[in-house]
Write a protein that binds this ligand. Structure first.
Ligand code: ADP
Ligand code: MG
Length: 245
């Protein structure tokens, strides 16, 4: 069963301009890690906002698990900027997300610990957001997106503002966490390397309006393979080249 369905979905911002998303048909299957790649302005963020339910299509259908998406409860979202509450602690930011997700107060400490451990931040619960690095802030944003316990995670160029090394580490952790949790992911990026490393399926879009130019399944296994082995594999090189061309 499809977790995300686009059926002839169109989204335009003004009557004169060409649509940002034009009669798009696309399905994301349960457990898939779909990476969307495409040039700037082709409608990737619009697509994610439609899935998140932040916006509605002008025509056609966008559904999550067969229903109209509800912002905040059908999916967890991670943006390029972490958008945390800087005056709160790391744990405090996660607590707030758990509260909004309707987790009872008595269950929150255990859930918070579990989430922070997932994203490698067990030692940082009491630090203030302004005291931690950009990479750690993005880890908090991921923990927050996981707090809702929704089966769908949407990530919009989440690592674009990070340095190369931090970015690679976070890619590895997101790949592992998604395999462990078995969630469905839609991940937007500009980077062919990131797409080839992360995706179980990679969809390349054309420039505006974004149409599907390429839709490939990755032959790289989701578990039981190290990050170095992935990046050294022939499959990875072939994928990366195919995506970039
Ligand atoms: P991407 O994320 O692929 O860079 P976007 O989805 O942000 O692309 O934007 C797709 C197109 O829609 C762009 O041409 C952009 O200028 C336009 N657009 C996006 N959001 C708005 C908005 N709120 N109002 C008007 N135009 C918008
Ligand atoms: Mg964008």
């Amino acid at each position: 069963m499809a977790v995300v369905t686009f059926d002839g979905a169109t989204r335009r911002f003004s009557p004169e301009a060409s649509p940002a998303v034009d009669h798009l048909d696309l399905e994301v299957a349960d457990g898939e890690f779909m990476v969307l790649v495409g040039p700037s302005g082709c409608g990737k963020s619009t697509l994610l906002r439609l899935i998140a339910g932040f916006e509605d299509p002008a025509s056609g259908v966008v559904e999550v698990s067969g229903r109209k998406p509800a912002p905040g409860s059908s999916s967890g979202v991670v943006f390029q900027q972490p958008r945390l509450f800087p005056w709160r602690t790391v744990g405090g930011n996660v607590d707030l997300a758990l509260k909004y997700a309707g987790v009872p107060r008595s269950d929150r400490p255990a859930r918070r610990e579990e989430l922070l451990a997932r994203v490698g931040l067990s030692d940082t619960a009491n630090r203030r957001i302004w005291e931690i690095s950009g990479g750690q802030q993005q880890r908090v944003a991921i923990a927050r997106a996981l707090a809702g316990d929704t089966s769908l995670l949407l990530l919009d160029e989440p690592f674009a503002a990070l340095d190369a090394l931090t970015r690679e580490t976070l890619q590895e952790d997101v790949r592992t966490v998604s395999a462990e949790l078995g969630r469905t992911n839609v991940f937007v990026t500009h980077s062919a390397e990131e797409a080839a490393f992360l995706g179980s399926r990679i969809v390349v879009l054309t420039s505006r309006p974004g149409r599907v130019a390429l839709d490939i399944s990755s032959p790289i296994p989701r578990t039981g393979i190290s990050a170095d082995d992935i990046r050294d594999s022939a499959e990875y090189t072939v994928l990366r080249t195919e995506i970039a061309s």
